[in-house]
Design a protein around this ligand. Structure first.
Ligand code: ZN
Length: 314
């Protein structure tokens, strides 16, 4: 079993209720955790994913009602892509038309169909048609038929001045290898994943040279987390970052559902390394994931105050 790849992607949204509606109803993902930003507990932190919140399926948001929109530029994630069955791209273009979602005509990238679209707060997303994924399990909590449902992440696309410095971190530390080039794109794939690509197994670097730097805001990706099987695997990556690349991470932080370190990679994107353990069933049963507001122990004593300032999203 491949244990490398994307663990989760965290982005900035506007209105919380609108965010929940879009990801659960329009895209048909499961809200697997409703908690707060541990570093700013007056703000929600929503996690969407598959039934159990498997690594490689998890998209998370900090929703801020009056956030200024971000501006695309160098040193950030340009697009976050999900996997859908190859034959489902037509279904999704119709669904987006019906629901008023802004999308572009599908294009081919590395031989696969890519349908780019935006969420209500300007986040750049895509669906990539992948043969064979219709045989993988899907979350069926929404009205998206099983044969068309999203099966986790396909990839992230990083917009960077140059590919090589970030590529070195992906290949030496995070378990990826370069597998192809197309135009200004360099594709990296997690070691041990097949060509079809397991969930979250691809990182594309869009090498753009000189261009305006990104300005983070609504619709921007805040950081990308990569998988480590456990603490030992994570600390080995931390050691390599420091010894081979002179990059120091933060100390390990306990995020309740995984344990993480953070660092700024050479292309200026914020990266995280997150353990696969313990996962989202750590504090509520799988059957009821995402239903109640969950708080880490150190915030439980403040629950009444926190609940009073959070908007109702039910
Ligand atoms: Zn994170």
């Amino acid at each position: 079993m491949n244990r490398n790849g994307i663990h989760h992607v965290t982005a900035i949204a506007g209105n919380a209720r609108r965010n929940v509606e879009f990801y659960t109803r329009t895209l048909g993902l499961r809200l697997v955790k409703k908690t707060v930003n541990f570093d700013d507990p007056g703000t929600y932190h929503f996690y969407y994913g598959d039934e159990v919140g498997s690594p490689g399926t998890i998209l998370t948001f900090f929703p801020w009602d009056h956030v200024a929109p971000g501006r695309l530029g160098i040193g950030e994630t340009q697009e976050t892509a999900f996997r859908v069955p190859e034959a489902s791209i037509g279904y999704w273009t119709h669904r987006f038309t019906d629901k008023g979602v802004a999308y572009q005509a599908p294009v081919k990238r590395f031989g696969q169909s890519v349908l780019s679209f935006k969420d209500p707060h300007g986040m750049r997303l895509a669906l990539v048609g992948v043969p064979g994924v219709e045989n993988e399990p899907a979350w069926l909590g929404a009205d998206v038929p099983a044969e068309h449902a999203i099966r986790g992440f396909h990839s992230v696309n990083l917009l960077l001045a140059e590919a090589a410095p970030t590529g070195a971190i992906l290949t030496d530390v995070l378990g990826f290898r370069e597998v192809g080039r197309e135009g200004s794109l360099v594709r990296f794939q997690a070691e041990g994943s097949d060509a079809g690509g397991q969930m979250g197994s691809i990182v594309d670097i869009h090498e753009a040279g000189g261009f305006l730097p990104a300005r983070m805001g609504g619709g921007s990706v805040h950081h990308i987390a990569f998988r480590a099987a456990d603490d030992a695997a994570e600390f080995e990556m931390v050691r390599k970052l420091q010894e081979n690349h002179g990059i120091r991470t933060t100390e390990q932080k306990d995020r309740n559902y995984f344990r993480s370190v953070y660092f700024r990679e050479p292309g200026h994107v914020l990266f995280e390394i997150a353990t696969d353990i313990p996962g989202f069933a750590a504090d509520e049963p799988v059957a009821h994931l995402g239903e109640a507001l969950k708080l880490p122990d150190f915030l439980e004593s403040r629950r009444a105050n926190i609940e009073a300032v959070l908007p109702d999203v039910a």
